[in-house]
Design a protein around this ligand. Sequence first.
Ligand code: CA
Length: 354
Amino acid sequence: MSERYPAMPPRNPNPPYKRIATEEAWLPPDMMELYLKEIREKNINEPGFNQLWGFFAGDSELAQNHRRRIQSLGEGRIADMDNSGIDIAVLSLSSPGVQLFDPATAASLAVSANDQLAEGIAKYPDRYAGLAAFSPLDPENSAKELERGVTKLGLKGGILNSHTLGTYLDDEKYWSVFEAAEALDVPIYLHPNTPSPQMIEPFLNRALDAAVYGFACETGLHALRLMVAGLFDRFPRLQIILGHCGEALPYWLYRIDFMHGRISSTGRHPNVKPLKRRAWDYLIDNFYYTSSGVGWEPPIKYVMDVIGEDRMMYAMDYPWQFVPEEVGALDAMSITDEAKKAFFEDNARRLFKI
Ligand code: CA
């Protein structure tokens, strides 16, 4: 290990905050079976899914442990949380969730997954919260299922695993789910998917398509498409969550703001209209950010600095990046006690109403 690698001191055994992990993946056994079947039968024409789940459907120890962990809503997951100091996990249907299937199939799988998730949460109500899956290409149904998930099942928002069969949600015909989220006052977590079939090709043969880099390209692009399309002018109170320290968008904030301002004001592209506010404002006022997969102080502090301490939350990204030691590194961050409590606990409690 390089001596430059971040130190991971032991975690604080009695921190003055609860640790809420906000991007924790779960996959119900029936959907896992469907994934394995699609991989076995080579049914799915989605290269990112085939490469990623082709590995995790396999016999390696990593893949087997991963499949066991991701399906657990019981003692196994609680033990892992206890062993890594996580008090509460906000669970969501693992990428690509239902979005691999045609809209009608996706809609019925979302209902089943949300019901199972709510049952799991009911057994450990002090340890789990969850987000509702929906079928993004079925606009009427997606809004209804989000509403059912929140009002009937007690879920805390929605999970959108980026593109759905190559379609992005910046087309306003899909916006009913965002309208519902704003009306219900719940956030939508814009979680990664492997890059859409249109963009994935140069990622594939160097295995850069998934969490190593492709996820961030895909998901950051989706977030910007939503913003450029005017989603936040239509729904100004809507809150979108981005993981992985914002998929690098906070780092690009200055240039995105400058260049989008120039492109929109000069009318150079028919699909880019001037917006009511600056890109800068949307990326701060309409987004929350989490540290999922980035257990490293500098970029976390950077997001706190440019976006705000009130919009940065902890996430582990279990079980995809299960690194219990990162909790100690983040307990030890050189930030104020208030900022640390906001990061681990207060911001998530406020946003998800936990
Ligand atoms: Ca994740």
